[in-house]
Design a binder for this molecule. Sequence first.
Ligand code: KIV
Ligand code: ZN
Length: 524
Amino acid sequence: MTINHPNFGAMDEKRVIIFDTTLRDGEQSPGFSMNIDEKLRMAEALAALGVDVIEAGFPIASPGDFESVNRIAQSIRGPVIAGLARSAPNDIARAGEAIRPAERKRIHTFISTSPLHMKYKLRMEPEAVLEAVGKSVTLARDFTDDVEWSAEDGTRTDMDFLCRCVEAAIKAGATTINIPDTVGYAVPEDMERIFSTVRERVPGADRVIFSTHCHNDLGLAVANALASLKGGARQIECTVNGIGERAGNASLEEVVMAIRTRQDSNPYVSQIETTRLLRTSKLLSTVTGFDVQPNKAIVGRNAFAHESGIHQDGMLKNAATYEIMTPESVGWQKTSLVMGKHSGRAAFRDKLNALGYGDIGDNALNDAFARFKLLADRKKVVYDEDIVALVDDEVVRSNESIKFVSLEVWAGSKDKPRARLELEVDGVVKTADERGDGPVDAAFNAIRAVFPHMAELQLFSVGAVTEGTDAQARCTVRLAEEGKSVDGQGADTDTIVAAVRAYIHALNKLVTKRARTAPEALSA
Ligand code: KIV
Ligand code: ZN
């Protein structure tokens, strides 16, 4: 029987739905929280990337989570917008309310089904869990025809009980059934077997889409997701850069490229525009302040770098000797020289289009253009990477309440370094003049003088956007307050300015976070 899904219509057997949970499961990882504007920016990028479903958040978790799901539901068109809910009626109603404005919407409701989780986490008997499955899906259907039900810790669930739960969810009207490997315990054979068995045994299984959601505790998330397809799953839940609880989720870019590159073994199709993978990964790094490791598949700095002489020789003769996919197919471009200081705003806008930015808004465009002019004055060559760093930096901070205005630093080996800093706080420019153990310390002391706070500086790191001594520095700052940590990023040719921008980015996040309640207690 062909599946006729409320949001996807008649499903081709080979079609794989890419369900992105960067903004929900991804955001649950420590230090990765995003504010509403950052989530909106990411959601736009995910829509442009072509994901089928965006899980925008967990609306009951906090007013901030509710608002971000709701704003994404209002403004993002294309992908289905999903909100997560436990099986409690309040959770489901809140998710239903948050996704209401979406053109295409889904409620994703879940409950634990493994003996361990039912006994210790839920303190519920299996029969009560079974009853909750039916009731929660029935209630969710009052808000939308597209309801996904998940068996949390599904891969450690007794198979007979799992089949009974799946049957109850389908009877109540679930249109997608997700069997997560919540703790990243499964190996690929398990995943294939679990999906094949459930699909074989459960009446009505041929009417729904099966979904896989794999965590990476054993480094097997992507392999497990692909094995699930062999067992009949046709939706993969994944995140950009593989972020997520603990060791993360299956990485979207790896799953998509494994399907595309190994059609012989994975004869499926996704609708992802693969040339946007790198851009989306970089935007996430900018927003969260976490770069991927250099050797990360697909999007890591070294993913297409060839160091050894033998490899370089092979590459010059035929790139296929050492490359199984082209760098361009995932968005890497040959480093190109771009405009100089005489380039105008129109050329800058064209360049942004060529780099894959849509409309970034007039304010961000004006600020980015002004910074580009300064950069072109200071830097011999401006590369595409420089522009990407600069624009992403502007986009993530367009609505911040604390803004960088100017910085002067006096440093050297003689006197104690001194920094004079101007910040705009809620529209008012404030100045401080401080000394410190080094120029960065002096500048950070000046921030604390302008905007007093108790947050602890936990990490400060510096990297370079491109090569050369005139390269822009990209700094990361981690601040912690009352057990919560946030990371900020900043880029500039002046390392101290980049550090101050990163600190201010983190501080703005902290201010936003103070207004939100802790979602940890509710985490899936
Ligand atoms: O890992 C998990 O089980 C989840 C569910 C809520 C799908 O994130
Ligand atoms: Zn998860």
